[in-house]
Design a protein around this ligand. Sequence first.
Ligand code: UGA
Length: 438
Amino acid sequence: MYDKKVAIIGMGYVGLSLAAFLGNKVRAIGVDANKNKINSLLSGIPPFYEPKLEYHLKRAIKNGLRFADQINKEIVSSDFVFITVGTPTDSNGKIDLTNMKSALASIAEHMTNLQNKPSIIIKSTVVPGTTMRVIKQILEKNGLRESVDFDLLTNPEFLREGSAMQDTVSPHAIVVGGSNSKSIENLTKFYRTIYKKKQNIVETNNVTAEVIKYANNAFLATKISFINSIANICQKLPGTNVDKIAQIIGMDPRIGNQFLRAGPGYGGSCFPKDVQALISFANDIGYKPILFDAVKNTNSLQVNAVLNLIKHNLRNLTNKKISILGLAFKEDTDDVRESTSIKLVNLLLKHKCNVMVHDPKAIDNTYQMFREKIKYSKSLSDVLTGSDCAVIMTPWENYKYLKEKDFLKMRNPLVIDTRRILKLDNKKILYIGLGIGN
Ligand code: UGA
């Protein structure tokens, strides 16, 4: 254990993964205002599904990781106080800083008369300028001064749900933004001790760090909307397959082969929110972001590409039994926020379909949204039996092993694979891959 004290405020995907990692390296405490969440964490149970998280969490607890539901003086006097609270979108498409502001107010309240000079580190995604304009002002409320009584750093996070632990343990880059070289060096030194491998650590100012986070997510979202547009073109071009095209253009090092998997559109708690926040921010400062508008609109419309395939092949949708395979916005998570599957279920219900859903992890979260309006199944065999159309939405590993015989239980063996994960003998079933022209 290294002789440093850290506090992590906000036990979501970013904060909890960080706590589970740092708890094995330094004296750490995780804080969240939600008491139920804290109670569950105290017994080593993560409040959401994330591979390997429970293992790291339990190990960290054995090594002394603690939890609290309130910020206090001891917490604020840590060497590093990481802020990882959620910054969702408000009804105007801007980021909602409510959680952030209440955490900061509590930190400010307990920061007076400290013996040490803590580093407050903003890991939550905030629009450019927020750290040095809004956050700094709240922390300086009680006469304390940034750089004198506390340091304020912007340190965006790049982890993905589904591989949150792996990305935390081995990040591709670490961005440290600050207003003075001493505070930047302090955090950089900490990361150099924590990470065994030579991680790329980039030192910059706060606002650049904030822009890097949005640029990163907006670029990845752009790649997905781009390849989805190509997929929609391929759909109308017999003899083409979007995956072949992605594979070859991905060989060009200027393009790169990642994030070129066409599908039903990106979802989750990050891309939709961050692209929207960037659009609102750009408009606010007098720039019309046509490209980002197009990325967002392309994504919102992509669910129609899936619906059209169903309509085209079934013609009349009324009373048809549609089986949705995969509800989570991506594999290896139980998160259904902004999931295209949820949008599709809503559209199918409007068309008076009988919807039956399956997901290895996300059934409970989906039930909270639709209750008795749809049917839920824990077995792949049940979800397919008697169905008129099966739609693969999330590329879960176990779906890849489905064989032609599994679909023969359907009343009408029509399979629409939005991620092209199946390799089926197409004799007795009708297999349609999104982005494959036929
Ligand atoms: C994303 C970024 O990848 C992370 O770097 C970032 O830290 C995170 O947002 C965040 O800002 O917190 P995440 O949303 O967890 O991570 O998951 P991704 O793997 O990026 O997937 C996002 C969506 O894009 C999913 O719906 C996924 O199915 C879709 N996707 C991804 C595609 O449709 N095609 C692809 O090639 C890749």
